[in-house]
Design a protein around this ligand. Structure first.
Ligand code: UDX
Length: 447
């Protein structure tokens, strides 16, 4: 009997944001190293830069965009993403239809970001296997499942009762209802609807999560039971396969500046690719950082206007103690011996990158699951401090000193170091993430 040739092409579809593109490209690279051919289907918004495209060796297909990016402002993020999903469904089906013709049916699987659930329709129509990729945490997916089962009006009413706010969410210890991440996501009703779409597995045969069992074992077990399909916790992917994916140009001059600083003395400040700061907050941050007397490296993205609005005297103070870049080579920065701490918005990529380098954190989560990550950092792994309330210079100064100078910070650094070793072991041969990735590859090769 003729042996069936294993299908080799994997189609990847990411959500249009740096924090989602990065792990998807890393997954592509890891699968490419195992012999799969990679096709990345992207919309016109937030495309991978042409240099990153060239160096990846992947095929790229851009589908036409019928929802302009400016709609985010008008609709809010959640409604924008739902509209994008509706708009892309048909063009993605056309794209897969054409690809199948061109590639002689050689598609082993479509792997799509949980946010780009529009892909499921094409997978179903063409009878192709599909896998959901959750680029955040297992705990976030559990929270989305909890939210998807709620009634918005009743939940908001119930939450007026402090006893309900303090109740531990079933299966989610130590998270209480007040920790469920709903802030920054707009009105609750459409957000719950969005969660229903995200957690609907449709015809997917597995879920990949960029996490590791040593980080959130109980959420992973819960999910595995709830979903009834394999869950592959194979992170952190940036150790397994680094891939060039930055949407912005990195300013490497900060590494030379770090070279001149004392070991473990610098606080690195970056709030990822989306979070915005108000000028008032930035001023308090700048003053608190200067008062802490510690050197600092601060990322002020090109789309943030605060840097131009700093009063001259603050600007002078900042340039005396600190160094500002528009976009840093973050992983290199975190690995630098001068790094003492990371003040972060707790996006999941930043959190993983920080743990992998054993760097303790100051947390100021702004939206989405960042609040959950901050809770883990402070209360479960105990490798950081959450800054609560309004941004105020005294609080900033205290947090920096607690982390970099005090005994308390030394304890966090020690625990961060232990976690780093566990995480690194999980991606080595015999480790849990290594095994999860092997299982995924076996599954894909059997398709
Ligand atoms: C978004 C969401 O906000 C976050 O909550 C979710 O977990 C992932 O998607 P983002 O806000 O961009 O992500 O944060 P994060 O996940 O931390 O990703 C930022 C990425 O940009 C990291 O990989 C980081 O290394 C990189 N980065 C950031 C740089 O390379 N240079 C910088 O100067 C700043």
């Amino acid at each position: 009997m003729e042996k069936r040739e294993a299908k080799r092409r994997i189609v990847l579809v990411s959500a249009p944001a740096q924090g989602h593109v990065t792990p998807m490209m890393q997954l592509g690279k890891a699968l490419n190293l195992k012999g799969f051919l990679i096709t990345v289907v992207q919309g016109e918004i937030n495309q991978v830069s042409s240099s990153a495209q060239q160096s990846s060796g992947f095929q790229y297909i851009t589908i036409p965009e019928s929802v302009p990016e400016s709609e985010v402002m008008r609709l809010g993020l959640v409604k924008f993403l739902m509209k994008l999903n509706n708009a892309r469904e048909a063009s993605f089906k056309d794209c897969i239809g054409r690809l199948l013709l061109q590639q002689g049916n050689d598609i082993a699987c479509i792997i799509y970001d949980e946010i780009t659930y529009f892909c499921a329709a094409a997978a179903k129509d063409f009878n192709l296997p599909s896998i959901i990729f959750s680029t955040t945490t297992a705990t976030h997916r559990v929270c989305c499942t909890v939210l998807s089962k709620l009634n918005a009006k009743k939940f908001l009413m119930d939450m007026q009762d402090p006893l309900v706010q303090d109740k531990v969410v079933e299966n989610l210890h130590p998270f209480r209802y007040k920790d469920v991440p709903i802030s920054g996501m707009g009105p609750l009703e459409p957000y719950i609807e969005f969660c229903r779409e995200i957690v609907n597995k449709r015809t997917a045969s597995a879920v990949i999560i960029n996490t590791a069992s040593c980080l959130e074992n109980s959420s992973l077990s819960w999910l595995q039971q709830e979903l009834g399909i394999p869950v592959y916790p194979l992170g952190p992917l940036h150790i397994t396969a680094s891939a060039k994916s930055s949407l912005l140009e990195e300013d490497k001059s900060c590494i030379e500046w770090l070279d001149k600083q004392k070991p473990k003395s610098v606080i690195y400040i970056s709030f990822g690719s989306l979070a915005q700061m108000e000028t008032k907050e930035v001023l308090e941050m700048a003053r608190g950082l200067c008062d802490s007397n510690q050197p600092f490296l601060w990322v002020a993205r090109p789309d943030s206007e605060w840097i131009e609005s700093l009063p001259e005297e603050v600007s002078k103070m900042v340039s005396k103690r600190g160094y500002i870049v528009k976009w840093a080579p973050q992983k290199e920065v975190l690995a630098h011996p001068a790094l003492g701490g990371f003040w972060s918005h707790c996006g999941w990529n930043s959190t993983l990158e920080s743990i992998v380098e054993g760097v303790p954190m100051i947390c100021t989560p702004s939206s989405g699951e960042q609040k959950l990550n901050a809770k883990y950092i402070e209360s479960v792994w105990r490798i950081g401090i959450k800054m609560e309330g309004e941004m105020e210079r005294g609080g900033v100064e205290r947090a920096v000193k607690r982390l970099i100078v005090d005994e308390e910070g030394a304890g966090m650094r020690e625990r961060a170091h232990v976690l780093k070793e566990k995480l690194k072991a999980s991606v080595r041969s015999g480790g849990s993430s290594h095994k999860a990735f092997d299982d995924l590859v076996k599954y894909l090769k059997a398709e």
